[in-house]
Design a protein around this ligand. Structure first.
Ligand code: NYM
Ligand code: MG
Length: 218
């Protein structure tokens, strides 16, 4: 008469510059988990399908202007509105792979060089969101990223901006307590990066705790 308690899923986050290969690797990992029979979900932030996502998309594509604070909080709201569903999925044993998360949220805004948007200010609305069980930072220089077919036409896709974003990612990761980051050299081939990611994922033992803890203040 043993009661079976299924293990919760793990929350995997991949962060990095535009063109660092995050989406391709998230997709690869998703396919791999599926082929192994694991229950898995792929979430991408910003989620452009919701009403906050529509505002974000209009802003990124230059169709709309927004105050820097306002758009920052909308990016954060775009995560908060999804977090309940993510945590329910984790609790029901589904692994969740997340393409960009709070870390992008803080650094892209702080990289705008608006003196009102410090890294601390930009991080604050993320406090209380779920902490990833596994966090990857795909590291690539802005010059190498730009060589990959060049940046697109969206806001922020400029080499100077990306270079500040990269510096701020490193600063944020260095300052965050209790968040372990796996830095991956993303300038290599897709196969090399995938092999690294996979070996780190396989070396991660499932957390026995019922739910992952929350992100804390900087
Ligand atoms: N971005 C992404 C932000 O500025 N704040 C955020 O919270 C998130 C999640 O949106 N240049 C920026 C980073 C990207 C842009 O993301 C669109 P993607 O992954 O290129 O669709
Ligand atoms: Mg992009």
């Amino acid at each position: 008469s043993a009661t079976t308690v299924s293990k919760r899923g793990i929350l995997i986050v991949i962060e990095g510059l535009d063109r660092s290969g995050k989406s391709s690797q998230c997709q690869r990992l998703f396919d791999r988990f599926q082929s192994q029979g694991r229950k898995v979900r792929y979430v991408k932030f910003p989620d452009r399908s919701t009403s906050t996502g529509h505002m974000i998309n209009s802003y990124l594509t230059g169709q709309a202007q927004q105050d820097d604070h306002s758009i920052h909080l909308i990016f954060s709201a775009n995560r908060w509105e999804a977090i309940k569903s993510i945590s329910l999925d984790l609790l029901s044993g589904i692994d969740v792979i997340v393409d960009r998360y709070s870390f992008s949220g803080a650094v892209y805004s702080a990289a705008k060089q608006n003196p009102d948007l410090s890294l601390e200010w930009a991080w604050s609305p993320e406090i209380g969101l779920l902490k990833p069980d596994l966090l990857f930072f795909f590291d690539i220089s802005s010059a190498d990223a730009a060589k990959r077919g060049g940046y697109g036409a969206e806001r922020y896709e400029k080499e100077e901006m990306q270079s500040r974003v990269r510096t701020l990612f490193k600063e944020l990761f260095a300052r965050l307590d209790g968040v372990a980051v796996h830095q991956v050299d993303a300038s290599r081939t897709m196969e090399e990066v995938a092999a690294d990611v996979l070996s780190i994922v396989q070396g991660t033992t499932e957390d026995e705790t019922l739910m992952s803890s929350a992100l804390h203040k900087l």
